[in-house]
Design a protein around this ligand. Structure first.
Ligand SMILES: *Cc1c(COP(=O)(O)O)cnc(C)c1O
Length: 345
């Protein structure tokens, strides 16, 4: 079988959740948007539910509906994008809690689903989603009368603990929410690491659960092993792959492995990326193609059956660095072709 294996360690996932939960001076939710950062929202959320998470966040209502079908009634499913036109029926039927972002969304929610739960997203400076201070001032009496479940905002620079934007947004959040008798949430993974001042009543980690920075102590969750299809010996001067971008400078042993950019092994990472043949770090050579990659295994003592792209030897962030991106994008780019294998004790 040539299909690469994507192993998802659910025990590592739940131990990351417990670790972030013990760092949080409050309740800890779980963000499972984008199919659980590419790792399978239903399996991930069920494992986190068993571990004790009771509130989940997704980006859009459709993700919330799929998650409700997987989890059943009970756990709270919050939708960051709020209440969009056309979503009312789904929000009601699947018992979703939209985080209302604007006066428009508020009116839509109160008119179409009076009495249905909702939260409010406030903009403390990121200028992405949420009500700005003036808008919030104008509508907050009406909003509070309807009993929001949560007031939330999002930090733009929490991955950099020294960034002045952090205290600035913290102060803005206090200003917009102090004295109101509603649970509050400001922090994702980065904010949890900024300390208890940033935690309020609920934290919302995503990437740290899945083993990514800025949670440096995260246990690796995703592992990728790619089968070797063919081995060849090339002489100095021979080239490998599309565009002849790599030329052997020594007699070399090349493994052609069964993965490519269609699997989220981004083409841009080619010149800098490595895989592991057992304990030997081996350079990816030539262009990454859609389904195949060349690897220089000359220095490996044994010919491997598979090579490790992600796992104990290499984290999502190492791979992200090679592609000039972040771990989030590596995880959410993993394609549909993997044989997915969930590990749990
Ligand atoms: C994605 C997201 C999170 C989770 O962020 P991480 O950095 O992955 O922990 C939390 N809150 C909001 C609003 C988000 O968009």
């Amino acid at each position: 079988m040539a299909t690469a294996t994507l192993t998802i360690d659910l025990d590592a996932l739940t131990s990351n959740w417990h670790a972030l939960d013990s760092l949080s001076a409050c309740e800890t939710a779980a963000v499972v948007k984008a199919n659980g950062y590419g790792l399978g929202a239903d399996r991930v959320a069920k494992a986190l539910l068993d571990a004790g998470a009771r509130r989940f966040f997704v980006a859009v209502a459709e993700e919330g509906a799929a998650l409700r079908a997987a989890l059943g009634p009970g756990p709270e499913i919050n939708v960051f994008s709020g209440h969009m036109a056309g979503d009312s029926e789904m929000i009601a039927e699947m018992q979703l809690t939209p985080m209302l972002n604007s006066l428009d969304q508020m009116l839509r929610h109160f008119e179409t689903l009076p009495g249905a739960p909702f939260g409010i997203q406030l903009d403390t400076g990121m200028n992405r989603l949420g009500m700005e201070p003036a808008e919030w001032d104008a509508v907050r009496e009406i909003a509070l009368e309807q009993g929001p479940t949560l007031l939330m905002s999002h930090l733009a620079c929490a991955d950099d603990p020294e960034h002045p934007m952090n205290p600035q947004q913290l102060a803005a959040f206090h200003e917009m929410t102090d004295g109101l008798d509603v649970p509050r949430s400001l922090s994702a993974t980065g904010g949890i690491l900024l300390g208890p001042d940033y935690h309020f009543d609920l934290t919302r980690p995503g990437v740290g659960l899945y083993g990514g920075l800025p949670f440096v102590d995260a246990a690796p969750v995703a592992g990728i092993h790619v089968p070797v299809i063919q081995i060849r010996e090339v002489a100095p001067g021979e080239t490998v792959g599309y565009g002849n971008t790599w030329t052997a400078e020594r007699p070399s042993r090349i493994a052609t492995i069964s993965g490519g950019y269609a699997d989220g092994i981004l083409r841009a990472m080619g010149p800098k990326a490595h895989v592991f043949a057992a304990e030997t770090r081996c350079k990816i050579i030539g262009r990454i193609s859609m389904d195949l990659i060349g690897v220089d295994i000359t220095d490996a003592p044994d010919i491997p059956d598979t090579v490790e792209l992600l796992g104990q030897h290499q984290s999502v962030d190492t791979l992200a660095d090679a592609a000039g991106t972040i771990g989030y994008e590596i995880l959410t780019s993993l394609g549909a072709r993997y044989r997915r294998h969930y590990l749990t004790s």
